[in-house]
Design a binder for this molecule. Structure first.
Ligand code: 1GP
Length: 242
């Protein structure tokens, strides 16, 4: 059976091991009522800074998962692990090559019961992840939906992550992607700058990821938790009435 530790998550905060966060801010994030903390970053993630951040988060009860893209950073002790692949990269190592290398060396050590594949659709060409993976982020909406369907319907991926990191995404496209999915759990992340955008994303995605705002405006970041929960309640009410 597939791991499903993430299936109830509506809201998560993403913390980057390569960025500084003070104890008070970390406590506020961990005790905010968010469903989980996702640890990950596009650059500068090391075994040491991941261990350090994880052990600080572990003081709190909130579930904590790690996006693992480099086996050298495989820190044990998280509640779950996502292994990202970039669907629209032009370099096959980011889709499958690094994964094959990692499994060739470490496949026998993998705690499969807590590992989930995560298919990224990277849609902000100016983001670090787009540059790093040479993602073809300037694709049109029809192509974006097609990528989502390849991942969801042909490959049966557990998680599709629509990633606009650093900018707020096209909500109409997110609705189209949502409607095209048969089974994948939909993560949305990018440019959430407060409750309003968080609610918009929550009406479409299963899980809303808030990243940069934690470091830029903590109070606004904390306010996204309630906004997402409220939007999800309203969405459920509308669906029940249908
Ligand atoms: C980054 O999707 C997350 O991987 C969140 O994006 O930092 O723009 O909130 P932001």
């Amino acid at each position: 059976m597939r791991p499903s530790f993430y299936s109830g998550w509506k809201h998560v905060f993403k913390l980057d091991p390569d960025r500084e966060i003070g104890d008070d801010a970390l406590e506020a994030i961990c005790a905010s009522g968010t469903d989980a903390i996702l640890v990950g970053g596009s650059s500068g993630v090391t075994f040491d800074n991941t261990v350090e951040l994880m052990s600080r988060i572990r003081r709190y009860e909130v579930p904590c998962a790690f996006e693992l893209s480099d086996p050298a950073c495989a820190v044990p002790g998280f509640d779950g692990y996502f292994i990202p692949s970039v669907l629209n990269t032009k370099r096959s190592e980011w889709l499958i090559g690094h994964h094959v290398d990692a499994l060739r060396d470490y496949g026998h050590l993998m705690p499969w019961e807590s590992i989930v594949g995560e298919a990224y659709l990277v849609l902000n060409p100016d983001s670090t992840v787009a540059r790093l993976t040479e993602a073809d982020a300037r694709i049109g909406s029809d192509a974006a939906v097609a990528y989502a369907q390849v991942a969801d319907r042909l490959w049966n991926v557990p998680v599709l992550y629509v990633e606009y990191s650093g900018t707020f995404g096209d909500m109409e496209l997110l609705s189209r992607i949502r409607a095209s999915l048969k089974q994948a759990h939909l993560f949305y992340g990018g440019g959430i700058d407060g409750p309003d955008k968080a609610a918009q994303a929550a009406r479409r995605a299963d899980t809303v990821v808030v990243g940069n705002l934690i470091y830029d405006q903590l109070a606004a970041a904390l306010a996204t938790v309630h906004a997402v929960n409220q939007a999800v309640k309203e969405k459920d009410y509308v669906l029940r009435k249908r």
